[in-house]
Design a protein around this ligand. Structure first.
Ligand code: ATP
Ligand code: MG
Length: 392
């Protein structure tokens, strides 16, 4: 059997801080990694838990990195070797072999040792110095450089010993493992903002059920396809997404008929929040998530956001609330939803936009209008019962 084997060493961040729940979070993270690898066809790889790390072994390691680097909770991935030897001598041999293969034209170097297994004899700084001397004896042209060396060799002593060059490190997204924070209902339109809001919520460990309010024939099948494609893209990061497409036409026409034009956008948004709230209760979700950002459009002034009060019982999370549009756009580009969002098909609110929407609506007036609409609740239940459901 080979003494050394190629590996990926996966580092994770915040979950290490979470005391008693740590094991549960670690298992969720490992499941998410395994799921992504299986979906991407890496059947020949296996993932196991180390002290404070995950390790991937098997065929196709390099190709697997992008499929791991997108998993929330991971801070970075390094590529290196594992040695089955647990003596200083074995460690030196493996480090020498790894250095021979990976040193290339490097002129300066440094060794850093992390002795996570405190039963392993010796002190980390002493071992780094001794291993450095051992390598110098074999590569006399090398010079030690502690700041920004060309070759930064890391040795981690855990249940096994891992050796890698720091330059192999690929950053992960950070955040928390999918589902570790519970479930949220995302109000997902075909626009630029709500997919980014969903991404940020998922990054904090919130698993997503997305709801899209569709108004055929005023919004086209292509607008719905856009939302379906966005949900698929979000699923890539969020460890799966359930998408519920609700037919909103009847409610939209009813509200448009019964409401002064300047207030219609608010009434429509309150109706969406109410229906999302009902959905959340059925789905066991604890919060709603929207793409609102203060001041972006008339329906998102602070007055308008205040006028949403009471539409939902559950807390409304607005991850983008203080973001500038340009920052939202660059995040949308980074996560691959922007190109889908800018396909030219209207989502439901834009078609019914009044010429002069109110920017300082009063909550009490909005509530008075709603009080006169007894039929609304039944219409909402009916629309939700007939919703179309997708799982990605
Ligand atoms: P987005 O870019 O996300 O569409 P927007 O800038 O167009 O947002 P609004 O139309 O005011 O702004 O929508 C604000 C939020 O309301 C959206 O981010 C989304 O969470 C929700 N929303 C709007 N329209 C819909 C819809 N048809 N289905 C589901 N949610 C919606
Ligand atoms: Mg929109």
């Amino acid at each position: 059997m080979d003494k050394t084997q190629e590996i990926l060493l996966i580092k994770y961040g915040e979950i290490a801080l979470r005391g008693g729940n740590r094991r549960i979070y670690e298992n969720m993270l490992m499941d998410a990694i395994r799921k992504n690898l299986a979906n991407a066809g890496f059947a020949g790889l296996s993932v196991y838990k180390e002290q404070g790390r995950f390790v991937v072994v098997g065929d196709g390691l390099a190709g697997a990195i992008p499929h791991i680097a997108c998993v929330f909770g991971i801070t970075s991935i390094c590529r290196g070797v594992r040695t089955s030897q647990r003596t200083l001598e074995g460690l030196y041999d493996a480090a020498l072999e790894y250095t021979k293969e990976n040193l290339g034209h490097c002129a300066t170097f440094k060794v850093a040792t992390k002795r996570a297994d405190k039963n392993f004899p010796g002190r980390s700084d002493q071992m780094s110095a001794e291993l450095g001397g051992h390598l110098l004896a074999h590569f006399p042209h090398l010079k030690v450089k502690l700041e920004k060396p060309d070759f930064n060799l890391v040795v981690e002593i855990r249940n096994s010993i891992y050796i890698y060059s720091q330059s192999t490190e690929v950053a992960g997204p950070g955040g928390l493992p999918s589902g570790s924070a519970g479930k949220g209902v995302l109000l997902l339109s075909g626009g630029i903002d709500s997919p980014v809001a969903g991404y940020l919520a998922a990054k904090r460990g919130i698993s997503l059920t997305a709801v899209y309010f569709h108004s055929p024939p005023y919004t086209s099948e292509r607008a719905k396809e856009k939302v379906v494609d966005i949900a698929k893209q979000l699923a890539f990061y969020a460890g799966g997404v359930k998408l519920i497409v609700v037919n909103f036409t009847e409610i939209q026409l009813f509200l448009t008929d019964k409401t002064p034009a300047a207030k219609i956008t608010l009434l429509l948004k309150r109706a969406m929040l109410k229906m999302a709230d009902k959905t959340a209760k059925k789905e066991g979700a604890l919060a709603l998530v929207t793409g609102d950002a203060v001041g972006q459009v008339a329906s998102q002034t602070l007055h308008s956001l205040h006028a949403m009060t009471g539409a939902a019982d559950l807390p409304i999370l607005r991850p983008l609330v203080c973001y500038d549009k340009k920052d939202i756009v660059s995040l949308a580009q980074k996560i691959g939803t922007f190109d889908i969002s800018v396909r030219p098909f209207d989502d439901c609110c834009t078609l019914f936009l009044p010429k002069n929407p109110e920017t300082k609506p009063k909550l009490s007036i909005i509530q008075n209008i709603e009080r006169r609409m007894d039929e609304l609740d039944e219409m909402m239940e009916k629309a939700l019962d007939g919703a179309e459901v997708f799982e990605f």
